[in-house]
Design a protein around this ligand. Structure first.
Ligand code: GAP
Length: 510
């Protein structure tokens, strides 16, 4: 597929992540394992900042949301009650010729219609230019087969909509030839394990595919603590596992990932649409607060006919990734389905007694669910930038900058002695580092020309640089104990008193 610009950007981001220690392929020295990723020294800091900020805003700064950390492996019946054992499937298609496996909803096909007659089919994997891609393939098809007449614009459909007659005629995206794609069939994405000494059916357990069920299973335990009253939420951050058919687009869809989910319980008589809207707006505002630009965000309401029978409405906050507009954060109104199912399967009463209303009922729930890895990728994609800046000799060169919001930048400030062979400068710079370290993540760097050191920090998104020079030591007496403070994006430098650095930087980062 010809989509050089977007792929080029993704390639640059993946390469920068590896080069600078954000993200590596898991078990790379063994050839890697598809769908699993490791976060390096800068990646863990970035991820932790996202996680901590969500937890602060979602749990610590609210009176109506409490936290939870439930176990990854739960009683297997949890997943029967939730419907995952029976129904957590993706439609899968095999290409018998290439032995490749695809998700059916990611293969798109279109009839090549010339003068109102179907001459054949073309196919393409989903991308941000699927329609253009199919149109180009239809034109090539018509030319190669020397078909005369007027080609109609293609009408893309995904492979789940292909009829039994169409399937043998649709070319495989792997080979370009028809006849090798199987009809879609359900593939359960639960990752299984065994618990205990025996390895048989009785010991089968699952790695959780979402964190949400922990909140439902512990609902009663949390209500019994007496800390919460409807409306209230239970939030959790943790790893989830899905045996995705086609993990792809770097960390966008992985087999092991981390979710941040919150179940907000409301009265069965409350206005669910009001709360649904409230949480969509909350999620959107939160994404803006970590630096995602508003123009790359949009909303997608799932059509009523595609919702699960119990679902009242689901809205996804979408993000314009380089590979297309994709789901970032789902906000679902799930009625009382989950609690009712767990009451049914466990036999426990999950009825809530509402003291204010003097009524008993099963609460309804609104669920904002997001993956940290996906937010991190969105942040990387929107922060990546190339501009021009002068090098140490004044010659213009390309500068790579990650324009992270200071709140989530892995390193907040870099400290540079102007020269490393001047012990007085080094000593003073180390004193400034020690002064700031209790308040901020700092990085001390004395190696190489100052311009190169700035570039290295720009590339990892450090928003501020502090340089200790001879004026700091009092060469100009009026500048004694001042430093230059450089801002990453504008590259502007200002002179600041050392005693004022910490409050000034903390204020800018907040
Ligand atoms: N409890 C509801 C739930 O898990 P979901 O839409 O399947 O809903 C919620 O997942 C969010 O988790 C998604 O919007 C996405 O951000 C993230 N997510 C889901 N599958 C993922 C995967 N394979 N890799 C990375 N993130 C994923």
């Amino acid at each position: 597929m010809a989509e050089p610009k977007t792929n080029e950007l993704m390639e640059k981001i993946v390469s920068l992540c590896k080069r600078r220690g954000f993200i590596f392929q898991s078990s790379e020295i063994y050839g890697g394992i598809n769908g699993f990723w490791d976060y390096g020294p800068l990646g863990v800091e970035l991820k932790k900042n996202i996680r901590d900020r969500w937890w602060d805003d979602m749990v610590r700064r609210r009176d109506d949301v409490v936290g939870l950390e439930s176990s990854i492996i739960m009683h297997p019946k949890v997943w029967e009650a939730s419907g995952h054992v029976g129904g957590f499937t993706d439609p899968m298609v095999d290409c018998k010729a290439s032995k490749q496996r695809f998700r059916a909803d990611q293969i798109f096909f279109a009839a090549v219609i010339v003068d109102g007659k179907t001459a054949g089919y073309v196919s393409a994997l989903e991308s941000d230019r699927t329609t253009e891609d199919l149109q180009e393939k239809a034109e090539t098809f018509k030319r190669k087969k020397a078909i005369q007449g007027k080609l109609e614009p293609v009408q893309p459909r995904d492979f789940t909509e292909a009829t039994a007659e169409q399937i043998p005629l649709i070319p495989s995206p792997a080979t370009g030839e028809p006849g090798s794609l199987t009809p879609p069939r359900g593939f359960n994405m639960m990752l299984e394990t065994n618990v205990g000494a025996l390895r048989d059916e009785s010991s089968v357990a699952y790695l959780r595919p979402e964190t949400a069920q922990g909140m439902f299973a512990d609902f009663k335990a949390i209500v019994d603590t007496g800390r919460v009253k409807i409306p209230f939420g239970i939030a959790q951050i943790g790893k989830s596992f899905r045996n995705e058919i086609t993990p792809r687009n770097f960390i966008f869809r992985s087999r092991e990932f981390e979710q941040m989910e919150m179940e907000y319980f409301i009265s069965d008589e409350d206005d669910w649409q009001k709360w649904h809207r409230y949480w969509i707006d909350w999620c959107r505002d939160w994404l803006l607060s970590v630096g995602l630009p508003a123009n790359l965000l949009s909303e997608y309401d799932h059509p009523k006919e595609k919702l699960a029978f119990y679902s009242r409405g689901t809205t996804d906050i979408m993000f314009q990734f380089p590979f297309g507009v994709q789901e970032l954060w789902g906000v679902a109104a799930r009625g009382d389905y989950d609690l009712s199912q767990h009451a049914k399967f466990s036999g426990a009463s999950l009825v809530y007694f509402d003291e204010a209303a003097k009524r008993r009922y099963i609460p309804h729930v609104i669920e904002p669910a997001v993956g940290i890895d996906r937010i991190l990728l969105a942040i990387l994609c929107s922060a990546y930038c190339e501009d021009e800046a002068p090098d140490d000799k004044g010659k213009m060169e390309t500068r790579i900058v990650l324009k992270f919001h200071p709140r989530i930048a892995p390193i907040k400030v870099a400290i540079f002695p102007l020269l490393k062979n001047k012990p007085e400068l080094v000593k003073k710079a180390q004193a400034v580092r020690d002064l700031l370290r209790p308040h901020l993540t700092v990085f001390y760097d004395e190696a190489g020309a100052i311009g190169r050191r700035y570039r290295r920090q720009d590339e990892i998104g450090t928003p501020f640089g502090v340089t200790i020079d001879f004026d700091t030591l009092g060469e100009k007496p009026e500048l004694l104990d001042t430093v230059t403070l450089r801002e990453r994006d504008s590259m502007q430098q200002t002179r600041v008193k050392i005693s004022e650095l910490a409050p000034l930087l903390l204020d800018k980062i907040r």
